[in-house]
Design a protein around this ligand. Structure first.
Ligand code: PLP
Length: 389
């Protein structure tokens, strides 16, 4: 192919490119400032603190969270999920999750199950969503402490019926932890209106910040129940031997990822100005022709379920004719198209799709910088590969 421009379609792993303002903000911090967050009152230290406060405020606004201190900075989505899961669950508790969830939920819950807890996995409904009836039955027969549910599968992009999950869980006295890794920045979302208890997401995927950033948002009245999993310096109440009880310090021990948060602040400003609804529409308008085009290749399965399945811009394909790793390598080497092959840290999702035995799928995932041309080039590349098979 003559066009050697790189086509990045692995935004579900981490987004690329980042808005220019993100590069500038990280560089400004590294080159001109360099102070630790909340650790000094120099002029540059105050600027650092202000930007980090602004980042928290922007995140609170984006997710419609009443108070900025309900937003806890973490280091990635996994870190947020671990804090929520290990901070809430005690031996003897029961947790539910689903086959569509990621190893960043499944593995902490396996550890929890191996150390005196009970984890129940809710199956799929055959249409890309969790089996809501099974969830309801489990909630009826067990005293469930926490339901951990992904907002959208990182393998299929199918959005889960989270409003229904939250309603049922609350009816039965369970808390809900929403893994918004694949929806934050891709779909408009209100923490308050969803009435969810905790929301975890990375800062480096749809929120367009640098790697090394993440958020855990929690209901304010959960702050005491959630036990910090790390203790340490906060730059506040240093005379006390114990962790401060106030938010966000209770959960932010040790130095922050200041360059990352500068980048995230700039990214959240960019998203605010562009509008998440516009990003959602743009990604939807790319996913529709991509799915339609991919469906035309004989022997290629597009794991997209029904045309009207609610989705984000994540699409998985598999074929008995070609190994997913080989297909992704061909796309990369010959067409400069970057996708992701394998199990995507979601082994149960691939069991549900019957793609685990094939070595998984090739996942194509979009971000706000992808274009119609990227989709055309991807379909053309599939055409050439299919012709050569
Ligand atoms: C659904 C889902 N949850 C959680 C994570 C973990 O996020 P992070 O890579 O920031 O730890 C990912 C990342 O791939 C994901 O796709």
């Amino acid at each position: 192919m003559s066009d050697s421009r790189r086509v990045y379609l692995d935004n579900a792993a981490t987004s690329f490119p980042k808005p220019d303002a993100v590069h500038k903000a990280v560089l400004h911090y590294l080159r001109d400032l360099g102070n630790a967050v909340g650790r000094g009152a120099t002029k540059t230290g105050i600027e650092v603190q202000r930007t980090v406060d602004q980042c928290r405020l922007r995140a609170a606004r984006l997710f419609d969270v009443p108070r900025p201190e309900q937003v806890i900075f973490t280091f990635n989505g996994t870190d947020s999920l671990n804090l929520a899961i290990h901070g809430l669950l005690k031996p003897g508790d029961v947790a539910l999750t689903t086959v569509w969830d990621h190893n960043s939920v499944l593995r902490p819950l396996s550890h929890f199950a191996a150390t005196g807890g009970h984890t129940v996995i809710i199956g799929d409904d055959g249409r890309g969503q969790l089996d809501i009836q099974q969830l309801e039955r489990e909630l009826q027969v067990r005293s469930v402490r926490l339901v951990c549910v992904t907002h959208a599968s990182n393998v299929t992009g199918i959005i889960q019926p989270i409003e229904e999950v939250i309603r049922l869980a609350h009816e039965h006295g369970a808390l809900v932890l929403l893994d918004a890794a694949q929806t934050a920045g891709h779909l408009p979302m209100s923490f308050s209106k969803l009435n969810v208890d905790l929301l975890a997401c990375p800062g480096h995927k749809g929120l367009l910040g640098p790697l090394g950033t993440g958020l855990l948002i929690l209901r304010k009245d959960l702050a005491e129940e959630l036990v910090p999993i790390r203790q340490g310096g906060t730059g506040t109440t240093s005379e006390q031997a114990t962790q401060p009880t106030t938010l966000p310090d209770r959960f932010e021990a040790g130095n922050h990822n200041a360059p990352g948060l500068f980048g995230l602040e700039a990214a959240l400003k960019w998203i605010d100005e562009k509008g998440v609804a516009k990003i959602q529409l743009q990604e939807e308008q790319l996913a529709i022709p991509l799915i339609a085009g991919l469906r035309s290749f004989q022997g290629l399965t597009v794991h997209s379920f029904a045309d009207d399945s609610p989705r984000v811009g994540v699409v998985s394909v598999s074929s008995e004719r070609v190994d997913p790793q080989v297909l992704a390598s061909l796309l990369d080497e010959h067409f400069q198209i970057e996708t992701r092959a394998g199990l995507h840290c979601s082994p149960m999702a691939h069991e549900a799709l019957a793609t685990k035995v094939l070595g998984g799928t090739v996942r194509i995932s979009m971000g706000p910088f992808n274009t119609v041309d990227d989709i055309d080039r991807t379909l053309e590349a599939f055409g050439q590969i299919w012709a050569a098979l």
